[in-house]
Every structure is written in C-alpha cells, then in structure tokens.
Design a protein around this ligand. Structure first.
Ligand code: PLP
Length: 407
C-alpha cells in the first residue's frame, strides 16, 4: 500500500485553535445565554480601507472588458505592485531593495512555510519559543526534526523569549544555519531594537547562516527608533529574507496578499561548497508551484500606497492600537505584568499560573476567549495572549468583565 510521509506523525496531535474552539463550543452549549467575546485568534474585524474597495471595483470592471481583461499574470506579481512596495516599504526607509527582489504571493503563512524547501534537510534550525507555529511545523513535515518529546523537537535550537530577556532572545552560543525571527512578535507583541537586530545580522554573517525575518506586523510599529525591516540593518541584504503581509496592515486576511523579499546578493552553499544565489532557487520554486495573485487583489494592495491609502491604513492600525492600549492598561491595573500592545496588536500577559487554567477562568467567569500561551511553545506556559482585533465596544465590555471576574 502507498505509504504516508511519516514526518507528519511527529507533529503535535492537536492544533491550538481547534482545541480552543472545542472548549468555547462546549461552554456555549452549556451556557447559551452568556455571549462570548473573542479576543483569541488574531483575525481582523474592520472592513477593507475604502481605497481598496474602489480599486477592487475598478479592476473588476477591467476584467469585464475584452480590451482590459487579464489572464495569467507574472507569477512574481505585477510590476505596479512590486514597484510600489520597493518605493514605499524600502527606498523610503533607506533600504536598497529592488522591485524584482520582491515576490508577491497569497500569504506570508504560505511563504514562511514553503521557504524551507529550498534549503538542505540536514541544516541546523534556530526557532523562537513561544512562536507562530508555522515555522516549527513546516520543518517537522520536511523531516528536519525528531519526534516531539515534552513539547520540544530535537534538531531545533530554541530561542527562548522569557521575562528575563524582555521576550527578545539573544543570539545562541551554538552555530545554526536557518534562523526564524518575528518582530513585532506574534504572540508576545515584543519588538527588537536596532542593536538587537544588528547582533542577529552579525551572528548570521559569522555563521554563514540565513535569517528569515517575519515582519507581518510592521505597520503597528509607532516607536520611531524601532526598525520596520531587517534591511534597515547594514549588511542584512547578504543574510536575510523578509516576509510581509497585507493581512494585518490593511485587513487582507480574507482577501489574501503578501510578499517575500529575497535579495539577489543572498547566497547559500551547494554540495561542493560553492555560493549559490538563493534568489534563483526561490524564483524557480515560486514560478513552478505558484501562478500569481488575482489582478484585482494586487490592484487593491497597490491602492494602500497612495496618499489616501496610507492615511486609511494608519487610521485602521491606530484603531486596533487604541484597543491594545485599553487592554494593556486594564490588565496592568489588575496587577499583572504584560508586554506588547504599544507597537503590536497583541498583549502578552504573565499570568503566574497555568495558561490553560487561566484561559478556562476567563472563559467561564468573564466569557472572554484569549489564547493560552502554552499553545505557542514551552516558554509560553504561564502566559496568555490577548488580541486587539475586535470592535471598541467588545473590547471595553470584555475588559469590564475581566476586571469583575479577577477582582
Ligand atoms: N506571520 C505571522 C507572524 C502571523 O501572525 C501571521 C498571521 O497571523 C502570518 C504570518 C500570516 O499572514 P498571512 O495572512 O499573510 O498568511
């Protein structure tokens, strides 16, 4: 009989958000009169910015007309979008990234999950803990780890983010080859300073390693001293790939558009030790397995780079950051230490107790859903994540209920 990829059996049996959904459904069935407010999963709630809606309508009309109809587009994305990204997200910040180093895709989740397949299977991994689960699970599927033992896989150097290091891990003492970093961080909301990112770029150079930098939440950075891109660090072009998304920047979680930057100067060794451009491999992978993002969606994404679009996106992210500020203030007032929320839409609360127990307490007493930190890795134990993605009314009601429940 045909056999399965055994690596899939090494994955931890349950998926965090399905566990949460099961507990919430059970609670709702037992308590149908108690309305639950969800501050768990990181999905946006506000509608798309008006510039995106206008662009979608206009592009739909183009698709309705034989003269302007578009079939397959370039797999890497239309030039109008790649050029707008290069100009607004990179040149404007002093980063030397060319439009043709940008690969438009339908999600940062797919990109940061798929990128590992262009590297050897026996490379050494460095992955944060707690972490966005995609980085670990895609490497497990590819066979780069042993089975999960006590919440850890052999084959990964875990970069522990704890209260002691302000939830920003230092470079490890051992050499690694592929390093995943995410700032502003999901789940902790922590950001990395220029000095901290410089240490990572220097570590990568010294070890001839590559950093995969996920900056899906960069639009939430308000502190002018915090870098938005790894390419703000000198030399990063030679050691880093960056992932960005329109999901949290402009409410595209259901619309799907993102991009990955692979500089042409980034090299990895072939079997004989010769430096080989990673760009060529990713271009080959992308054009073989992906057929481009829908034209109307790329037009909608490009619209956010207009002056009106920039204002609308700032207003939207300011709105969620307003929720985040309320959450952080209310939780701090209750006596908990927490981080995040100032440059990120997540607040990471040090609960001082088992994270699933705290989740159950908030669900049963306040009818509020959060995310237990243990679901993001061993170091997430003792913490929960609260998301700022909801209406102001729901956030205010949830905070009142949490205060009453925990007093
Ligand atoms: N990277 C991080 C850190 C995320 O938290 C998320 C979504 O929650 C993604 C990537 C996925 O983004 P996309 O919607 O573009 O797939």
């Amino acid at each position: 009989m045909i056999r399965i990829n055994e690596n899939y059996t090494k994955l931890k049996a349950s998926y965090l958000f399905s566990d949460i959904a099961k507990r919430v459904t059970a609670f709702q069935q037992a308590n149908p009169s108690k309305p639950v407010i969800r501050l768990g999963i990181g999905d946006v709630t506000e509608p798309l910015p008006p510039v995106c809606i206008e662009a979608l309508h206009a592009a739909t009309d183009e698709m309705a007309n034989r003269a302007t109809f578009k079939g397959y587009g370039p797999e890497q994305g239309y030039a109008f979008l790649r050029e707008a990204i290069a100009q607004h997200d990179y040149a404007a910040r002093g980063c030397a990234i060319e439009a043709d180093e940008i690969f438009v895709s339908d999600g940062a989740k797919c990109d940061c999950g798929n990128i590992q397949e262009i590297f050897a299977t026996d490379i050494r991994l460095a992955i944060p803990d707690p972490v966005y689960p995609v980085y670990v699970d895609t490497n497990v599927m590819a066979g780069r780890t042993s089975a999960n033992v006590n919440g850890r896989y052999e084959g990964i150097t875990y970069l522990e983010s704890t209260p002691a290091n302000g939830y920003v891990p230092a470079v490890p003492s051992v050499a690694t080859d592929l390093i995943y970093l995410c700032f502003p961080n999901n789940p902790t909301g922590a950001v990395a300073t220029k000095a901290q990112l410089t240490a990572w770029v220097e570590y990568a150079k010294k070890n001839k390693a590559i950093i995969l930098f996920d900056s899906a939440y960069e639009a939430y950075i308000r502190d002018p001293a915090i870098p938005h891109s790894i390419y703000e660090i000198p030399g990063a072009r030679d050691v880093a790939i960056e992932f960005r998304s329109f999901s949290k920047t402009a409410g595209f979680t259901g619309t799907r558009c993102a991009y990955t930057v692979v500089p042409k100067t980034l090299m990895a060794a072939d079997a004989a030790g010769n430096p080989t451009p990673v760009y060529a491999l990713w271009n080959r992978r992308h054009t073989t397995k992906f057929n481009g993002v829908a034209y109307p969606i790329q037009k909608a994404a490009a619209a956010i780079f207009t002056a009106a679009g920039q204002k609308q996106v700032k207003d939207m992210t300011d709105f969620y950051l307003g929720n985040a500020a309320l959450i952080r203030a209310a939780i701090t007032k209750l006596g908990f230490s927490c981080i995040g929320g100032d440059n990120a839409p997540y607040i990471w609360i040090n609960t001082g107790r088992d994270s699933w127990e705290f989740f159950d307490l908030l669900l049963s007493k306040a009818n509020v859903v959060c995310t237990p930190g243990a679901g993001f890795g061993k170091c997430g134990e003792g913490h929960v994540r609260i998301s700022a993605f909801n209406s102001r009314e729901n956030v205010v009601t949830a905070l009142d209920r949490i205060a009453a429940a925990l007093k």
